[in-house]
Write a protein that binds this ligand. Structure first.
Ligand code: SF4
Ligand code: SF4
Length: 178
């Protein structure tokens, strides 16, 4: 939601009012606009872009409770590193081999991912049973606080179909002259 106030644009978070189950359809309606945005941002000032995106990330996530969403935990298969396996197996008091056999498969890129999604550690209330020890990919998602955002433009366009916060960040960027 965008409201006009005192000659400046003041944003309220639209991520909070989008039903997570609708984000894919909503984002896909804006595919063409997002494609144009990505092209424009690719030639923008990279440092300024990082500053803006990181600011939006922190502002929107400060208002957004991921437990109302959990879309990423339902649909994206995080890459599981060897370090993640060591930590999760220890957390679950399992042998690493047993953990791998129980929960993981190897994907077409040769990486370990969860055998099935939704994630086996996602509880019914959208909490993560291994939150303190969750995989690195889970901790880093949706990558909007990472440096060199210009390298993540195409990925972020895809993530906007999953994550309401990424969707809002792209929408805000679209309205800016950068
Ligand atoms: S490990 Fe936790 S944070 Fe990662 S996908 Fe599963 S439920 Fe989500
Ligand atoms: S990171 Fe994005 S997709 Fe994942 S739970 Fe939070 S708002 Fe939803």
């Amino acid at each position: 939601m965008v409201v006009f106030s005192c000659r400046s644009w003041v944003y309220e978070s639209i991520a909070t009012v989008i039903a997570p189950e609708n984000i894919k359809g909503i984002a896909r309606q804006r595919n063409e606009a997002t494609r144009k945005l990505i092209t424009r941002l690719a030639s923008s000032d990279k440092r300024r872009l990082d500053n803006i995106v990181h600011g939006f990330h922190h502002e929107i996530f400060s208002k957004y409770n991921c437990m109302q969403c959990a879309n990423c935990c339902r649909s994206l298969g995080p890459r599981i590193t060897q370090r993640d396996i060591e930590v999760l197996a220890k957390t679950l008091k399992q042998k690493q081999q047993s953990f791998v056999e129980t929960y993981l498969r190897i994907d077409s890129d040769g990486d370990y991912v969860f055998k099935q999604m939704p994630c086996p550690f996602l509880d019914g209330d959208n909490s993560c049973r291994v939150y303190q020890h969750r995989p690195k990919a889970c901790r880093e998602y949706p990558h909007t606080d990472r440096p060199r955002f210009y390298q993540l433009l195409a990925l972020s366009a895809k993530n906007a179909e999953v994550c309401p916060v990424v969707y809002e960040i792209l929408l805000r960027l679209e309205k800016m002259k950068i």
